[in-house]
Design a protein around this ligand. Sequence first.
Ligand SMILES: [Zn+2]
Length: 181
Amino acid sequence: MATPQHHTSAQGPVPGNPYGAAGGYGQAPAPAWNHGTVPGGWGAPAAANQAPRSCRACGGQSAEDFKVRSHVGVLIMMKFEHLNGPFCRACGIAVVRQMTTRTLCLGWWGPLSLVIFNPFTLVWNLLAYRKFSKLPPSAPAPGRTHLDTGPAVLRRPQAYVTLIPIAWAVWIISQALTHSS
Ligand SMILES: [Zn+2]
């Protein structure tokens, strides 16, 4: 009679060590975000700085950001006007011509304007003209046009109003010289 074989050692299934050899918490897995770089991370800001500026009047490329000024001075009333860029070559020259003509016409008629502010404005616009005229010509954005450059400043009759204060100044100086001698 066979002795019944008891399974005395009732071994249940060995509970697997969930934290065992599989190496759970012992080895910290390398975080995925640690390696791998942000694509195009460093290139983007530099590219943005080099983006060409477009003209605020016509949308054309290769514009220069430079302010154009005009001055109005009558007795004690003074008005300082300016237009900020960026402007392309054609629009920049157009704005300089228009605002310089206005300055030559209306800027001389107050004491401080005559001596300080109008000469400053004219020199400033001369610099602006030189900046804009060095730019390469550019086409306006589709559906838009350049500002009208019009004739040169010295071909505009209003600019010759400036001869009046100059003539007056010459007369004052000549009178002073005549009476002092
Ligand atoms: Zn333009």
